[in-house]
Design a protein. Sequence first.
Length: 666
Amino acid sequence: MASELEQAARRVEELRREINYHNYRYYVLDDPVISDEEYDRLMRELAELEERYPELVTPDSPTQRIGAPPAEAFQPVQHRARMMSLDNVFDEEELRAFIRRVENQVGKTDYVCELKIDGAGIALTYEDGVFVRGATRGDGVTGEDVTANLRTIKTLPLRLLGDRPVPYLEIRGEVFMPKEAFLELNRQREEEGQPPFANPRNAAAGSLRQLDPRVTASRKLDLICYEIGYVEGWDVRTHREVLEQIAAWGFRVSEHWRPAEGVEEILDFCQHWIAKRDELAYEVDGAVIKVNPLEVRERLGATSKAPRWAVAFKFPAEEKTTRLLDIVVNVGRTGALTPTAVLEPVFVGGSTVSRATLHNEDEIRRKGIKIGDMVLVHKAGDVIPEIIKPIVELRDGTERDFVMPDRCPACGGKVYRPEGEVVARCVNVDCPARLFESLLHFASRGAMDIEGLGPATIRELMDKGYVRSVEDIYYLTEEQLYTLTGFKDKSVSNLMNAIRQSKERPLSRLLFALGIRHVGAHVAELLARRFRSMDDLARAGLEDLLSVEEVGPTIAESVRAFFDEPRNLELIRRLKEAGVNMEEKVEEGPRPLEGLTFVLTGALSSMTREEARQAIEERGGRVSSSVSRRTDYVVAGADPGSKYDKARELGVRIIGEEEFLDLLRG
């Protein structure tokens, strides 16, 4: 007769199989066959048995989805097979060229079309049918271990369905946040005073990299799988069979994939989903076209960054219609008056848009935009909200023209538009709006990087009269900070430390932070590298400034004008008196990228855009914001924008993240 423990073990195994089956029916197939009450009863029984017999608890138990304590950091994980990126095509001509290249090499073949989900790529490892590890894509070779967070996703099977599990399996998929969950999360964050996520992709990636799995569990992430990265003990001939087997193991596979015999059927699939993508519960940014026979894939092979047997067909930027409610004018740190469209909120390109820049008065006139118009909106480069045009035929006569104010909306000062320029400016150097924007810029990450000095804190410091100029930041006292809303011992200490640390930033960062007109981060580095100290730069004449590579008359005159202004010299004196560093330390090391110009587009998985820029410049290269024939490399990350198209048009070399990292390594 079986012991009590053996009976419990058998019942536990029965319950797990039954619960896993019902999880699959509910979360993957969306076709439950039992009530919520019955499901809860099964889960309670399993939890009670595991509590009574803790030796029966296993990592693949349905009770263990949320159980890991918060981690201190993510550990690196090497993928068994490289997670490659895909080459992109943007129109019918490029897609036809891809099909021709494939069939010129291997003859007529068939394809599979899938939707390209806008999320975070992951690799899931199973041993003997049990989920043991999950990792982010990383650089394609090494990712980060996010196993505990992935376990919280209900559509991820902790144990594969079927009686004959393969010994080792690595599945590829995309973690994403459904549109509804994204909107709900952003509403919650705004209520809590936290910044909203820009789009569902960022929300999914950020949620997946939470150190506390309980936070991830609350974010309602989902998962769709689409490929086998590596497998032992199983053989298959086509990608269609791969998708069918992935589904049979219990993974969610997109229900929208379609086989295709040639380019016309592929185009039909793409055009269908360009028109219908708004009806999906999740964001997609294209279609993935794959050769179906795996033997043909082997013959086609891969480049250093992408397979030759697959391509991503990128959908054009999504366009939506909404109403232009008003045009408000914002004042920047240089006094520039920028009209901004206030829109009836509309979900477009992965996020809710309620504002869009209109650049200047001439741009509004050129587009013929009126307040009250119904307008067509998209995201330029899938990032920046932009009004394409008004829908003139929907006008009812209530619309009105926009008039640029002749007085600053912030301070009431005079507005001046220099001849030949499109931007009107407030000429009052004491304008509070200019000061606010100057302080924001000074404290920003690319400038002095003073963590904790955000918009609300800056506004309160100004309102209380503690800060009347940027140098006043370095004369703040703990007593003053304690009077700010919500500031306690820790927040006061953190901000004081951040201010102290910012004093050690290099001269280039300080020059950029000062907001000298026409001096961006790159020009600031050129000036700092050439003159080495603030004093030497302040003494430099026009000829000295013009001798710096890439510095022309406009920049030189702007720099000279800044240092000729007595109040700016007083600002620098007080910064120096406060202990702010005024010198640039130039490290002489290997400079493998000397003389090369790079343009960055799309998101890199291994570093931020700012980190990539710094890495290039530390090795002697320079980063430009636009593509020209003088550009040496365009570095294309995920979802590249219009710079990618420009590079192709000009024949500029485009490299992926892996090749870029190789260049950095020398």
